[in-house]
Design a protein around this ligand. Sequence first.
Ligand SMILES: C[S@@+](CC[C@H](N)C(=O)[O-])C[C@H]1O[C@@H](n2cnc3c(N)ncnc32)[C@H](O)[C@@H]1O
Length: 227
Amino acid sequence: MGFTLEKVVPWGRSYDEYASMFGLTELDLGLRILGCGDGPAGFNSALTKSGGNIVSVDPIYVFDAEQIRSRISETYETVMAQMRKNQGDYVWRVIPSVEQLASIRMSAMETFLADFDVGKNEGRYIPGELPSLPFESGKFDIALSSHFLFLYSVHLSAEFHLQALQEMLRVSHEVRVFPLLALDGALSPHLDFVIEHLASHGFNLEVRRVPYEFQRGGNEMLVIKPV
Ligand SMILES: C[S@@+](CC[C@H](N)C(=O)[O-])C[C@H]1O[C@@H](n2cnc3c(N)ncnc32)[C@H](O)[C@@H]1O
């Protein structure tokens, strides 16, 4: 059956993983970036420290750091049990073992937790949830979705995906989504629907190979721009 979760969980990846998943160049990293559903990822903190311009939006940002920490602790055993059970569905090249994975993820989430209060005060962590974003049109250059859209295809409908992507395209000139696979490792059943709809409504869509692969076969992102 593969990896399953009852609901969308707070779980965070590192700066290096984001850069690799989204094929981010030096030029990209200097643009105005929006991270949608960034949760407890370490990307915002690390990019801000290196002089970048990023805002993250996620419903968990209504909570304080200690409440988010306890939600991560609740999630930890569930995710790790699923990882151990489904090890064969992952590529253990850059991350060599389940134990290393736990340590990399927890380190990224500690980076986030240490930055959260300051970042929230600076307006870098904004509570909000797709498919409606609390930003003016065209505020960002690139909007990213990591491990939310397509991954949770069982939990979120095709219509939700379309509305979420349209909203990201309202506030940003370009959208990148990774991965294109659902939790069970199969290509998202919503991918063709959103590609066909957006292509017929003035957008250029490209499935682009990236250097990152952890879910086996998950090495492509969707890039969307106005034609
Ligand atoms: C698996 S985590 C991914 C976190 C981060 N993007 C990463 O790749 O490390 C999924 C995130 O999606 C967030 N989320 C859930 N519903 C959302 C919504 N409607 N809009 C935006 N984010 C949402 C959750 O709170 C959670 O932080």
